[in-house]
Structure formats: C-alpha cells, structure tokens
Design a protein around this ligand. Structure first.
Ligand code: CU
Length: 222
C-alpha cells in the first residue's frame, strides 16, 4: 500500500534526534506542570474545550461531557490511573512515538493517552494549539489537547465526537515526528488532503481496515 522510498538515513537521523531530545526532555520538561498555554481568543469553536490541568490536580477538574445536540465536540479531561479508562489506549514513549500510531474509533468513544515514559502531550493539529501551524482535524472539531504531562503511569482521556480524520502530535516532540492519527467513524477533513508534514502517517483506509496500526509495524515505512 505504500511505495515508500524514504531513505533509511531518515530513520537513523530520527533516532539520533530522539535520543538527544530524550535527554533534553528528561532534563528540562519532565515536570509537566508548565504545559504550554493554550492560545486564547481564537473564538472559533463555540464549544470550549475544558482545560486540562496539571496532573497533580487531576481528579477535580474533569468536566462531564454533556450531550450536545448540535456541535460535535471532543472533550479532554484529566485523569489518573484510578479513574476510568477509555475504550482505547494510546501509549506514549520516551523513544518519541505513539503506539498505536493509527487507530480507528467510532464517534463518541474515548481514547486514553497513557504516559509510559518521558513527558508528552497528545495535541490536535488545530490553529489554537501550540505550534500546530495548520489544521488537520475535521471542521467543527475543537482544539483538543491533553497538554504536556510527565507523570508516568497516568493517562488523559479524549472523547471523539467529530467524524473524520484527526491528526495529532506531541508538543515537545512534534519536530522530530512524534505524531499519530485517529480516524473517527470514517476518514475525512483536511488531514486527507496532504501528507502529514512532520512524519508520514498510515493511510486512513488502512486504519479503518485494520482497526489499529502498531508503531512497530509502521516505523519500517518511515
Ligand atoms: Cu513527546
């Protein structure tokens, strides 16, 4: 399905970058308390995304999802290992990847982004999110963002309501290709119009077909 002639030197370079950045993140931003500010005043999406707080105040702020008759929304809530896990889990590793890198869910389902090692975020490509630069989630979907967190073993939940293709990235590691894709319901939206600029992602049709694509199965293609 892929005719991917990318030279292996890219992988080598990525690994070197990964190693270097791992050290940097361990030294620098392991605390996770100072997540990047969310850009305010965009005003685009009427449905405000609840702001995820730092992990140490995790339980109090989860905003219940209210069924919205009109707008499709994605919500973010903070969570700890003691709270309820979503139907799906995406693991985040200090080696700078999401696993699975490609995932299919039905609208309304919740994905738990779990921190296995390092300090990471899962952040939608939406102009309101830090360094997103471009939009790669469907029209009408809010700027979902777990913000960066560093407490290993915890997770944060994102509930996906908006059908289409949601590309996302890790704020500290976007530039070294820590990105992933979730197809909600069926593929669609701006992510389908161009290849992901930070790292090629699995084709959405393949994600739908296979349900999930493990990083180990994909990294040979990048
Ligand atoms: Cu990361």
């Amino acid at each position: 399905m892929t005719d991917d002639p990318r030279p292996t030197t890219r992988r080598t370079a990525l690994k070197r970058l990964a190693a270097a950045t791992t050290v940097a993140s361990l030294a620098g931003c392991a605390g996770g308390s100072g997540g990047p500010e969310t850009a305010d005043g965009g005003g685009g999406d009427a449905t405000a995304t609840p702001t995820a707080t730092s992990a140490d105040t995790a339980t109090a702020t989860a905003t219940p999802t209210e069924p919205d008759t009109q707008a499709a929304t994605s919500t973010v809530e903070t969570a700890t290992t003691t709270t309820e896990r979503g139907a799906y889990t995406v693991d985040m590793y200090t080696e700078l990847y999401f696993d699975p890198v490609g995932l299919f869910v039905e609208p309304g389902e919740t994905v738990s982004f779990e921190l296995v090692s390092g300090a990471h975020s899962a952040t939608a490509y939406h102009p309101d999110n830090p360094n997103a630069l471009n939009r790669r989630i469907p029209d009408g979907a809010p700027a979902w963002d777990t913000e960066t967190f560093g407490d290993v073993g915890t997770f944060r939940n994102v509930t996906f309501e908006t059908e289409g293709t949601h590309d996302y990235y890790c704020i500290p590691h976007k530039m070294v290709g820590m990105v992933g894709r979730i197809v909600v319901g069926s593929p669609g939206g701006p992510a389908e119009e161009s290849e992901n600029p930070d790292l090629p992602l699995p084709d959405s049709a393949r994600i739908v077909e296979e349900g999930e694509i493990a990083w180990a199965d994909w990294q040979e293609n990048v």
